[in-house]
Design a protein around this ligand. Structure first.
Ligand code: PRP
Ligand code: URA
Length: 209
């Protein structure tokens, strides 16, 4: 069974509380998602392997550490996942970025794929899938399935807010994928929205409603 990591860091919780408020506008929402994504990836990458190297400081040589292991790939789920990309690239500027386009059919709540473009060497990378909202889990589970069908296996999922239903679905379909969230909310409503949540992340991010 995959692990669920919930970030209770005060800065993340404070920023998320502002994002949740209905009067928070598009610009501030976008900036906060950027900032939280940067704070989250710091923890998501905490266990990345390092290796010893010898370097020369202006004073002497020393043994120190650099990142080793697989290079990173980040994969936002369109649209709302795009809002998490820049914050992560601020800390991992060499990461390659793939995109998966999915929207949730409003009637069935099932994901419909409309775009998929991954880095050529995605299967050799540690992949981090991004989407602010994990509601039924249909979109994230489908995105991870597409990625696995392309031969990838090292995958982590990062969400801002998750519902218990979404976590359960991803854990059932992808027990090898750890999930990192800033908050796990109470439930879904009849329209598949997270309660209390923050509303429609894509619309709030891009100002489309
Ligand atoms: C939202 C959100 C997730 C999905 C979550 O996207 O960004 O991708 O819903 O719901 P699920 O867990 O029940 O699948 P949406 O389909 O609204 O598309 P958008 O990002 O283009 O607005
Ligand atoms: N998608 C969103 O943007 N918000 C929700 O609460 C559920 C799905």
């Amino acid at each position: 069974m995959s692990k669920v990591h919930i970030f209770d860091h005060p800065l993340i919780q404070h920023k998320l509380s502002i994002m949740r408020q209905k009067d928070t506008g598009c610009k501030e929402f976008r900036e906060l998602l950027d900032e939280i994504s940067m704070l989250m990836v710091y923890e998501v990458t905490r266990d990345l392997p390092t290796e010893d190297v010898e370097i020369e400081t202006p004073i002497c040589t020393m043994k120190t550490k650099t990142l080793a292991g697989k290079p990173i790939g980040i994969i936002p789920i369109l649209r709302a996942g795009l809002g998490m990309v820049n914050g992560i690239l601020n800390l991992i500027p060499n990461a390659k970025v793939g995109h998966i386009g999915l929207y949730r059919d409003p009637q069935t709540l099932e994901p419909v794929e409309y775009y998929c473009k991954l880095p050529d060497d995605a299967e050799h990378r540690q992949l981090i899938v991004l989407d602010p909202m994990l509601a039924t889990g249909g979109s994230a589970a489908a995105a991870i399935t597409f990625i696995k069908q392309r031969g990838c296996s090292n995958i982590r999922l990062v969400n801002l807010i998750a519902a218990p239903e979404g976590i359960a679905r991803v854990q059932k379909e992808h027990p090898d994928v750890d999930i990192y969230v800033a908050a796990c909310d109470e439930k879904l409503n009849d329209h598949g929205y997270i309660v209390p949540g923050l509303g429609d992340a894509g619309d709030r991010l891009f100002g489309t409603k």
